[in-house]
Design a protein around this ligand. Structure first.
Ligand SMILES: Nc1ncnc2c1ncn2[C@@H]1O[C@H](COP(=O)(O)OP(=O)(O)O)[C@@H](O)[C@H]1O
Ligand SMILES: [Mg+2]
Length: 311
């Protein structure tokens, strides 16, 4: 029975196909499939696109790429039978309020989910009160519950230094101990991100020397310049389909320069800008209420008088 088939397959095309198959398959098996490679880097590109909607953050954007490369190459090494280093992906975010820490934490969850590091990649935001209980045993329970909620995603603890505030007898310490235990037991089932003011976090770490090595990835979130804050403001306004009049821009910028100087590290950067804009939108609506002629341009424009800086 094989004879006629051989006869049939004696044509050139058939032979070519067979040769091709024979040569290609082992090639594909030996090396990394170029298709999956480009597919996986598409994840990086997508995250970079999202990161690029954020103003400034040059260092953070670079760090994100580094983390991606680190994980990716480690995976490849593992596949190639090479030693792959133990990857601890818990992080520390240092910076003042409104500098984009929560925003980046959310993106990291998304990146890790796409990279198959985390099954869900969701973000659970918590602070001291969500972890620390009122009686012995309560704290460990609360902390465990929170970890459970964050499993498969990111547990983001804001102002984490406050857990170290009360010293040995404080329940904050119990929360830290519970977190550390679960970080080790449930390696990579969730990513823990501790966030807070830079020097408070440094002080917190100095009180808990064992913590340092458990958070190998440290991201610094610098305050925004007045120009960056203006750009953040413009993007926020644009997203909501508003525009700033020239005068409104000038007024906003002057004000931002002023508050930045006055408030120092308690200035809440992007959040402050967001609040100002939301307030201006409400003021504009009030102003337009008594306006008889409302065209698209009038409806879209935030004027300088819509910005009132009371505090
Ligand atoms: N680089 C940025 N570009 C655009 N918007 C930003 C940027 N950084 C912060 N924001 C905006 O500022 C607000 C506060 O950011 P958030 O991530 O909550 O800061 P943090 O967690 O550090 O307090 C959010 O509305 C966020 O969208
Ligand atoms: Mg935050």
């Amino acid at each position: 029975m094989s004879e006629p088939i051989r006869m049939k397959n004696n044509g050139q095309i058939s032979i070519m196909l067979n040769v091709n198959k024979r040569e290609k398959i082992p090639d594909l098996q030996k090396s990394i499939s170029p298709k999956s490679l480009s597919q996986e880097h598409a994840i990086l590109k997508e995250i970079e696109r999202e990161m690029n909607t954020l103003v400034g953050m040059t260092q953070i954007k670079k760090m994100m790429k580094e983390v991606y490369a680190w994980i990716y190459i480690n995976k490849r090494r593992e596949e190639a039978g090479l030693k792959s280093g133990q990857q601890v992906l818990h992080m520390m975010f240092k910076g003042n309020p409104g500098t984009g820490k929560t925003t980046v934490a959310r993106l990291i969850g998304k990146l890790f989910q796409k990279m198959d590091i985390l099954p869900k990649g969701h973000l659970i935001e918590a602070e001291r009160a969500d972890l620390v209980g009122e009686y012995i045993g309560h704290t460990a329970q609360k902390t465990r519950d929170l970890i459970k909620k964050a499993t498969g995603g990111v547990l983001f603890i804001d102002e984490a230094y406050s857990l170290g505030r009360g010293g040995e007898k404080d329940f904050g310490k119990e929360a830290i101990d519970t977190l550390v235990k679960h970080m080790e037991d449930k390696q990579n089932e969730f990513i823990l991100i501790l966030a807070g003011y830079s020097h408070e976090m440094d002080y917190f770490l100095s009180l808990n020397p064992g913590l340092h090595s458990r958070f190998p990835l440290v991201f610094h979130f610098p305050d925004y310049t007045a120009n960056e804050l203006m750009e953040i403001g413009r993007r926020m306004v644009g997203e909501k389909e508003y525009i700033l009049s020239k005068e409104a821009e000038a007024k906003l910028k002057d004000h931002l320069l002023y508050v930045k100087g006055v408030k120092g590290e308690h200035f809440s950067n992007g959040r402050y800008v967001r609040n100002l804009i939301e307030k201006a939108i409400r003021s504009q609506a009030m102003r337009l209420l008594s306006e008889s002629h409302l065209d698209k341009n009038i409806l879209a424009t935030l004027m300088s008088e819509d910005f009132n800086f009371s505090k």
